[in-house]
Unconditional design. Structure first.
Length: 322
């Protein structure tokens, strides 16, 4: 039920409710999760609100209509949820959707499709979706969900109304290292372990030294990469976590650039500001993309030397566009 989210996601909730009440429904929404774990539930609750003839948003309004009942059973054919098939969302999944949705509506006057993990659209499936979004059909509503807005093709983003969810975690009063522990660990015990292990704090400092060095010296960083990186980050997990820290760091640089609050690196404002001054918004978002993409490859067997050389070269390419 959409009303379940009225407190936790009050802004997103109000935006969507008002868009229906004022008859200003968008034909495509892009939900940015910001780490909120119930984003898919939120999207389904909104779909239900759209599809139920009684605009069901709480227990009082719906007498268990056919739509609500079948959505609960995951059987409603006019609500389709697409998840990545393996590593990517495939073109064939989009084609199947278009085929099914081209048939006349049997039940109501609306059809909804949800694309979960929209950052997993590859070039060809993104293209397919784009065509679908460019020629919106009456009554078809798209809801895309993504963990990372900067990884979704900008041409797709520009065709959607972006709904930003709030992360439930309130980390405001924690140190940078403690905040990072929340992003890297999977559960409460892991968070404690992470914070107690002083090595992690040392690693955080090494990551920041690396970023600082790169931003000052660019491709010359490759010459000193052993001392800057390989001496400290050897295991796959360490490298992956270090990339997560780099990602969070550049997101905070972007936050400053956009006059938003710093989320994680409050203890390192000086370094943030220094780098922020040297980069444009485009450069920062391009760098965030590079970091996200390379971080994905670390899960596979990637050679650490090649990874870092590639990383620096690709970061450098982001600068060339200025
Ligand atoms: Zn209903």
């Amino acid at each position: 039920m959409l009303d379940d989210f009225s407190l936790e996601q009050n802004i997103a909730y109000k935006t969507l409710i008002n868009s229906i009440k004022n008859d200003k429904l968008s034909h495509a929404y892009l939900i940015e999760t910001n780490g909120y774990s119930k984003a898919l539930d939120f999207a389904i609750a909104f779909s239900k609100y759209l599809l139920c003839p009684n605009n069901y948003s709480n227990n009082k309004k719906c007498d268990k209509c056919m739509q609500c009942t079948s959505i609960d059973k995951n059987e409603f054919i006019e609500l389709k949820i697409i998840d990545p098939d393996g590593q990517w969302i495939k073109k064939s999944q989009l084609e199947e959707l278009q085929e099914e949705f081209s048939k006349k509506s049997i039940v109501g006057n609306k059809k909804v499709y949800i694309i979960n993990k929209a950052e997993k659209l590859n070039a060809s499936s993104a293209n397919s979706l784009l065509k679908f979004l460019e020629e919106p059909e009456e009554g078809i509503i798209a809801i895309l969900i993504t963990e990372n807005l900067y990884q979704v093709l900008s041409t797709i983003v520009s065709r959607c109304q972006v709904i930003s969810l709030k992360n439930k975690l309130n980390l405001t009063n924690l140190s940078t290292n403690e905040k990072i522990a929340h992003y890297i660990s999977n559960n409460v015990d892991d968070i404690d372990q992470y914070i107690k292990n002083e090595e992690n704090f040392e690693k955080l400092k090494k990551v920041l030294e690396f970023i600082k060095y790169y931003e000052e010296n660019h491709t010359n960083t490759i010459i000193y990469i052993n001392k800057l990186w390989h001496d400290y980050f050897k295991e796959k997990d360490d490298i992956y976590n270090a990339f997560t820290v780099i990602l969070l760091f550049y997101k905070d640089i972007l936050n400053i650039k956009l006059n938003k609050n710093i989320e994680i690196f409050n203890d390192y404002i000086e370094i943030l500001q220094n780098i922020e001054e040297k980069n444009t918004i485009d450069t920062i978002t391009a760098k965030i993309n590079v970091i996200m993409n390379l971080r994905e490859t670390i899960k596979f067997n990637v050679n650490p030397n090649m990874l870092m050389d590639k990383f620096i070269i690709e970061l450098e390419r982001c600068e060339e566009h200025d």
